[in-house]
Design a protein around this ligand. Structure first.
Ligand code: GLV
Length: 318
């Protein structure tokens, strides 16, 4: 159950009478959501909703949680499984949109696009100046990717068009999983990734293992000219450490789409000229968001009809 205003597309045609659209004009307050869930059999949840033991306990009739996101760190899958509640997410349909956005952030940060926009808009631009807004090269540099899953690989495909050397790591502080030779993305260890990457882009899920994977120590180990890009989850980065690293010149910049306590942003990141900020918009294309909502609505329909939905995360319940 979601507020009708919270979803950009009308799901009623997909769900018929099965859904109750709560008469809210925006995001639910948690208390309001828990009350509304007392009779609900399905919840279409946004990633800003913590679907935890407490919330599930308030929804005794619940059969399915459809999370409008590929990431599902906001859902306690084990608690849902214990209660026999199916959980689905929305993989694949947002892969290319999110990879485009990661690359947009990388380019915008490297080439100081937002600063340039501000300069022109504020009428401070006085004409072409050979020393103005000098940025960093992207073509021919080295991109490090943490999390070489669907989105990580899609970013790597874009980077190869920029003749970037691609290094990647799937698990924190583990040795390379395979020997790579020749062209193409190369699996490396943690130290090599930090040492060699000109750009480091995060595409891992938020788990206890990846929580603060980018901490003060990691930032210190990166190149002083490096740029961090995060379109994964804010919790993967220790934000105070990042603010410190940017101010101290330990890294050169950051392109951030996600934050630890959204919509709050660390105050020092808000004022830093070395950061490009986006409002968790990685998958925000009309077609990707429409397909995400459709997956969720169809999954709800399937579960309520007794069928297994394609993107089920806890097959044990079926
Ligand atoms: C967005 O962050 C998602 O996980 O889909």
């Amino acid at each position: 159950m979601v507020s009708s205003a919270a979803l950009p597309f009308d799901i009623r045609p997909l769900l018929g009478d099965a859904i109750y659209l709560a008469p809210s004009s925006g995001h639910f307050e948690r208390d309001q959501l828990m009350t509304s869930l007392a009779q609900a059999e399905a919840l279409i949840s946004l990633l800003s909703v913590q679907v935890d033991e407490q919330l599930l306990a308030a929804a005794p009739r619940l059969r399915v949680v459809a999370n409008v996101a590929v990431g599902f760190d906001n859902v306690d899958i084990q608690a849902a499984t214990r209660r026999g509640v199916a959980v689905v997410n929305t993989p694949d349909v947002l892969t290319e949109a999110t990879a485009d956005f990661a690359f947009a952030l990388l380019l915008a940060t490297a080439r100081r696009l937002v600063e340039g926009d501000r300069t022109v808009r504020s009428r401070q631009w006085t004409g072409w100046d050979p020393g103005q807004l000098l940025g960093a090269d992207v073509f021919g540099t080295t991109l490090g990717i943490i999390g070489m899953g669907r989105i990580g690989r899609a970013v790597a495909r874009r980077a190869s068009g920029f003749a970037m050397e691609i290094l990647y790591l799937n698990h924190h502080r583990t040795p390379p999983v395979e020997a790579s030779h020749g062209e193409g993305p190369r699996s490396v260890g943690w130290e090599e990734l930090l040492l060699k990457s000109d750009y480091l882009s995060l595409h891992c899920p938020l788990t206890p293992e990846t929580q603060h994977i980018i901490d003060r120590q990691a930032l210190r180990a990166m190149k002083k000219s490096a740029i961090l890009v995060n379109t994964a989850r804010g919790g993967c980065v220790d934000e105070p450490a990042l603010a410190w690293a940017l101010a101290a010149g330990e890294i050169a910049g950051a392109g951030l789409d996600v934050f630890a306590n959204e919509p709050a942003v660390h105050p020092d990141l808000l004022t830093s000229d070395h950061v490009v900020l986006a409002p968790h918009a990685g998958s925000a294309t009309t077609s990707a968001r429409k397909r995400m909502v459709e997956i969720c609505a169809n999954a709800v329909r399937s579960v309520l009809d007794g069928h297994r939905p394609p993107t089920l995360l806890n097959p044990e319940v079926f």
